[in-house]
Design a protein around this ligand. Structure first.
Ligand code: ADP
Ligand code: MG
Length: 498
């Protein structure tokens, strides 16, 4: 599907699409943000609920230092300002799955301020997307309405689980950009280990803000920072896959253009995405928007730490995907595309590096991305479950590089490694797949082919390009084991072809 990058064509002219994402990423922490209860997914109903999470009277929250550290790490990964002084606020609203009657969040003074990340589009273009802030907050519980016809149930396991809310600037301009951004955020938090990025389990979800405006107005907004140049936005809640983000933006942008072109107005409202129909619908409009009456939580002191701690954390940061991508391109001579594919996942990147180290980088990248990833995809396996280890694949590449086997035979060896396992050198030995570099043996095969094909011999003298046919025949004769370069040279000499 091709989609408009910057403009959406309506009935009455061109429109621009503007998107900002608020992403909730669950901190990969064993315990909750303000209590010692387990934050693990998949426990039975209400098994992971402490008195604090249930909001029993007199209970006091205690900040989990590990969660704070993960927020700082993530902030550093987003190239963002780390605020050594921040504060927790109460966001007040009533809901049965929120026993406190408020959520502890950060409002005016978040732990992480402005930053930016790079995203890559399919056509190879790289864009910078601004980060507005990252703050820490607690998750709410879950109401379950479909267990019994006349009752609702509440599961407080998630109540108090630590979330990082990462708010982007309205810098994305198409469905492709929005989904690439979401994907990149996921890659970054997974590299850092601060969130497992598991979208099916709800560890990462996005609120997708979309508006449209007449062509040219976005530039005015960029120039002045004045939001009134932009259209009214809708916010579609809890979108939990990269593909759904794409669908929400596509659907919302088209819907808003239709409403506006029919003379209507866009309501600043909260919407829900229906995965079955691919459409969004109204959840609540601005009129019933909450007044959250934010105020600093009197049960918690401001969150203050030394810059030295930030530097200590910075010192333990892994190489991030963008740096890795650049290094792979420079050190191994990879194309930006291959470098990005390999760097997109830490395990894949590590696997590639152990294959490529001390070997031809391009050859290694080719075997890892085309052959191995292709097979793993088909088998629906992760890199960690690869039936061929990095050491074994490296060994196979050594055999190609030292000309023990040709690239073609290497594919046969690869197949055997996949099916039966084993070391490539042993397989080559056992199956007698060694490349024939012995010119005597090759000459014999060449003579045989020439003698059997007089008509072709006449032809090749007029049309030297048909030499390839002879190469094929000789390879067949030698079971694919002849060294192709030697075959070429001997054939040229015997046939008198330049
Ligand atoms: P709130 O917390 O009330 O939802 P924020 O100011 O935090 O509001 O913004 C939420 C998100 O909406 C941010 O990601 C921001 O970039 C985005 N946003 C703001 N205005 C627009 C707009 N006109 N069109 C698209 N996105 C917008
Ligand atoms: Mg919002």
């Amino acid at each position: 599907m091709t989609e408009p990058r910057k403009y959406l064509q309506g009935e009455t002219g061109e429109w621009e699409v503007v998107i900002g994402l608020e992403v909730h990423a669950q901190v990969a922490s064993k315990a909750k943000l303000f209590s010692g209860a387990s934050a693990e997914y998949g426990a039975g109903p209400n098994e992971n609920v402490s008195l604090v999470d249930a909001a029993m009277p007199g209970m006091l929250p205690v900040i989990n230092k590990f969660c704070v550290e993960q927020a700082i790490r993530t902030g550093l990964g987003l190239n963002a300002q780390i605020n050594t002084w921040s504060r927790f606020d109460r966001k007040n609203y009533f809901y049965p799955d929120l026993p406190q009657g408020y959520q502890i969040s950060q409002y005016k003074d978040p732990i992480v301020g402005e930053g930016e990340i790079e995203i890559e589009l399919d056509d190879g273009e790289t864009l910078t997307i601004g980060i507005e802030r990252l703050h820490l907050e607690q998750d709410a519980g879950k109401s379950i309405h479909d267990l019994a016809p006349s009752e609702s149930y509440v599961d407080l396991n998630r109540s108090g689980v630590a979330l990082m809310e990462i708010v982007s600037k309205p810098d994305m301009r198409s469905a492709a950009e929005a989904s690439a951004y979401f994907d990149k955020l996921r890659t970054i938090v997974r590299y850092l280990g601060t969130c497992d990025g598991n979208m099916e389990q709800g560890s990462m979800r996005a609120d997708v803000n979309v508006s449209v405006c007449r062509a040219g107005n976005y530039a005015k907004f960029k120039e002045t920072g004045d939001f009134s140049h932009l259209g009214t936005r809708t916010e579609t809640k809890n979108v939990n896959s990269i593909r759904y983000v794409r669908q929400v933006v596509d659907y919302e942008a088209r819907r808003q253009v239709q409403v506006l072109e029919a003379g209507g107005e866009i309501d600043q409202e909260t919407r829900l995405f229906d995965v079955k129909t691919g459409e969004t619908r109204t959840m609540r409009s601005k009129e019933d928007a909450h007044d959250y009456r934010y105020f600093p939580d009197p049960d918690l002191l401001p969150l203050e730490f030394e810059q030295a701690w930030v530097e200590e954390i910075r010192g333990t940061m892994p190489e991030l995907p963008d740096e890795k991508k650049r290094r792979f391109a420079a050190d191994y001579g990879l194309s930006p595309y291959d470098a990005a594919v390999l760097a997109s996942d830490r395990e894949k990147a590590d696997f590639f590096e152990s294959v490529a180290k001390g070997r031809d980088g391009k050859l290694a990248a080719n075997w890892v991305t085309t052959e191995l990833f292709g097979v793993l995809n088909k088998m629906d396996k992760e890199i960690g479950e690869s039936p061929i280890s990095a050491g074994q694949l490296g060994g196979l590449i050594d055999l190609i590089q030292d000309k023990t086997i040709s690239g073609k035979i290497a594919k046969t060896v690869f197949e055997i490694m996949l099916e039966k396992g084993g070391e490539p050198a042993d397989i080559v030995e056992r199956e007698g797949l060694k490349q024939v570099t012995d010119t005597g043996a090759i000459e014999a095969a060449v003579d045989k082919v020439i003698a059997a094909n007089p008509a072709q011999v006449e032809k090749v003298k007029e049309k030297p390009k048909t030499l390839g046919w002879f190469v094929g025949q000789v390879m067949k004769e030698t079971g694919g084991k002849a060294n192709p370069q030697a075959v070429n040279e001997i054939l040229r000499a015997k046939l008198g072809v330049e």
